[in-house]
Design a protein. Structure first.
Length: 367
């Protein structure tokens, strides 16, 4: 009986051992350990790998900073001495679940070709101007339309919007779609940005003792942001664009002046404000501020009760839209306030990354 019992016990043990090898060593663990193991392996499977190609640049550093504390993502980076090595970058691009290209246009175009033909998994998000009006890429402005966020959730190629266009398009697209601004209207856009928009070279100048207090540029009227402004505003007309920089590091105000004579007959400031408010009513990051100078002042949104300060939203992914209108005179100025390195660059890149990877789009952005 003892021998028979031993044989039975050994047989049962052997079956258990075989079963454990088939299902994993955790089968022999206590229940609490088994649950912990399952959670950890599930977590490992859920963590997505992100490669920032060009992480040492202005936008790249900002993106990395925004992702640094994320537990749902793993930032993969080559050693410093191989950061510009082509073979290494190719390897990292194809290893990653998502790649954010923070490179000059030509370098982004080249890097985009390095995705292996059989790699249908890696998402590319490009922060340059290289692909912004390329119809084979999706424009990374989730609030652009009801369909845009859905497109981005399925996309493997996303072009991050420019900082100035984010403000201009954010202001004008809803009014064009509502028929308030007719297609083809020849608009102008005046904007002032922090000097960080010019990258490290300009930052070094403005952070030294020898720099101008303010500067207008783009006076050839061929600024690289113009094509996306014309396309995604739905205006179909290139605006006259006058960008400027001044002695603050981050932030911007983008302004679009309007004559009522250009607009749908009978339009008032309240109509424009209502159209913008309806368009962005469900938006998390874009908010329409109170209508008119008096209301904005009463809400405490002016510096010293008079000035629309450009750096108020520094280090956020927010954008505020304003309508300043004078119905008696028949003129208005639309203004967008945002961080040129936030909603205008790295914040938008992270928002697009979240959407493309199926993560709550606010993750890491609710500063």
């Amino acid at each position: 009986m003892i021998a028979s019992s031993n044989v039975s016990w050994c047989a049962l043990a052997l079956v258990a051992l075989i079963s454990s090898r088939e299902s994993g060593v955790e089968a022999f663990a206590p229940t609490t350990a088994r649950s912990s193991f399952a959670r950890s392996t599930t977590h490992l499977r859920m963590v997505k790998k992100v490669f920032i190609d060009g992480e040492a640049g202005t936008t790249g550093l900002q993106v990395r900073s925004r992702l640094a504390d994320r537990t749902d993502l793993e930032i993969i980076s080559p050693p410093n001495d191989l950061r510009k090595d082509e073979a290494t970058r190719k390897q990292f691009i194809n290893e990653a679940d998502a790649v954010i290209l923070c490179l000059p246009d030509a370098a982004s175009i080249e890097a985009a070709t390095w995705v292996e033909p059989d790699n249908d998994r890696t998402v590319l998000i490009d922060a340059s101007t290289a692909f912004r009006v390329d119809d084979t890429w999706d424009y990374g402005f989730p609030e652009l339309s009801k369909e845009q966020r859905e497109k981005l959730s399925k996309s493997k190629r996303i072009s991050n919007p420019g900082c100035y266009p984010t403000g201009f398009i954010g202001l004008t697209r809803p009014l064009v779609d509502a028929g308030i601004i007719p297609e083809g209207t020849p608009l102008t856009v005046n904007a002032i940005s922090g000097y960080s928009g010019g990258g490290k070279a300009l930052m070094e100048i403005f952070e030294s003792d020898d720099h101008e207090p303010w500067g207008a540029y783009g006076l050839s009227l061929t600024h690289k942001h113009l094509p996306e402004m014309a396309k995604y505003s739905n205006l179909g007309k290139t605006p006259i664009f006058q960008p400027q920089i001044a002695t603050f590091d981050q932030g911007m105000v983008v302004s679009v002046p309007l004559h009522y004579a250009w607009l749908k007959p009978g339009t008032t400031g309240a109509d424009m404000h209502a159209a913008l408010s309806e368009y962005y009513k469900d938006s998390i990051f874009i908010k329409v501020m109170p209508l008119g100078e008096d209301a904005v002042k009463e809400a405490g949104l002016f510096e010293r009760g008079a000035f629309l300060r450009p750096d108020t939203l520094k280090n956020t992914n927010k954008m505020e839209l304003f309508v300043f209108a004078n119905d008696e005179v028949g003129t208005a100025v639309l203004c967008a306030r945002l961080d040129n390195l936030g909603k205008g660059a790295s914040g938008a890149a992270v928002q697009n990354l979240n959407i493309a990877l199926g993560i709550d789009e606010t993750t890491g952005l609710m500063d």
